[in-house]
Design a protein around this ligand. Structure first.
Ligand code: ZN
Length: 281
């Protein structure tokens, strides 16, 4: 996989360089294809799978325009987190582009739910996430986190949190040919007695990883979202349904642009607690 600079306003675009004519797929709600265990996009029969951790790295780092070249269908899993993607982006650096950055500011509450799980977004002046998971495991129980999202928070608290799997599900994952079940190197593996492969990076790493997934999925909207997301037992299915809901109600959202000066300070947090983003009305 290579990441290449892309023109302003082009967004995140994937290119399958292993296929004839190197077809491209834009990371946007209309191209979402499969959201079982991971988020995949596709267009004209061409697919890219497991994009969410890379998308989260783009969201968290404030990277708006990038061409992702892939020589296969799946984004490399790395260690199951976004840490290495963040490191690569930091090493390459980001270049400022001469176009105003736009944000999607939610103006009305939107909810997606079923009996067991829910996700909603409510208006607020910055991106906040409150995420609660009730795990079907005696040692885990319920985990809950709340974050005011900034670039610093993302890098420090979220980017390194790995995906996870339960031993009882591994066979099922293997059957579905997903990388998660394939190795102990790219997921936290949890058995009946606890974590089977080393220490957790955070006590609540699992629910933090859900925040990572959510940020990646939200970024399919093509621009940063300003609002408070409250999720309970959610996952890619609900995340992407919320994305589609936001997209469907675009008339309820405000697309606001930030002056270049805001973006130029990308080295500092873009959306920082206590310093609400100014959105011209
Ligand atoms: Zn994930």
């Amino acid at each position: 996989m290579s990441l290449r600079p892309a023109p302003a306003n082009s967004g995140v675009v994937f290119r399958r360089i292993d296929l004839r004519d190197a077809p491209t797929i834009e990371a946007q709600p209309a191209n979402i294809t499969d959201v079982h265990h991971a988020t995949s996009i596709g267009k004209n029969g061409v697919k890219v799978r497991t994009i969410e951790h890379l998308m989260a790295a783009f969201a968290g780092m404030g990277l708006d325009n990038v061409l992702v070249e892939l020589d296969g269908e799946e984004v490399p899993v790395m260690d199951g987190s976004a840490a290495l993607f963040v490191e690569l982006i930091m090493r390459a650096g980001l270049r400022r582009q001469m176009a105003p950055r736009t944000y999607l500011k939610v103006k009305e509450r939107l909810v997606v739910e079923d009996e067991r799980r829910s996700i909603q977004i409510v208006p607020s002046e910055r991106l906040q996430v409150i995420y609660t998971m009730r795990f079907d495991h005696p040692l885990l129980g319920e985990q809950s986190v709340a974050f005011d999202l900034s670039r610093e928070t993302f890098v420090r608290e979220i980017a390194s949190c790995r995906t996870y799997g339960f031993v009882k599900d591994v066979e099922e994952l293997r059957r579905r040919n997903l990388a998660l079940g394939g190795s102990f190197d790219n997921a936290v593996v949890i058995g009946e007695a606890g974590v089977l492969n080393g220490d957790l990076r955070f006590r609540d790493e699992l629910v933090r990883h859900k925040v990572l997934d959510l940020l990646g999925d939200l970024y399919l909207l093509g621009r940063p979202v300003v609002g408070t997301v409250i999720a309970h037992n959610a996952g890619h299915l609900l995340h992407t349904r919320l994305v589609q809901e936001i997209q469907r109600h675009l008339d309820l959202q405000q697309v606001a642009s930030a002056r270049n000066s805001v973006i130029e300070r990308w080295a500092r947090p873009l959306l920082q607690p206590g310093r609400p983003l100014k959105v011209p009305s």
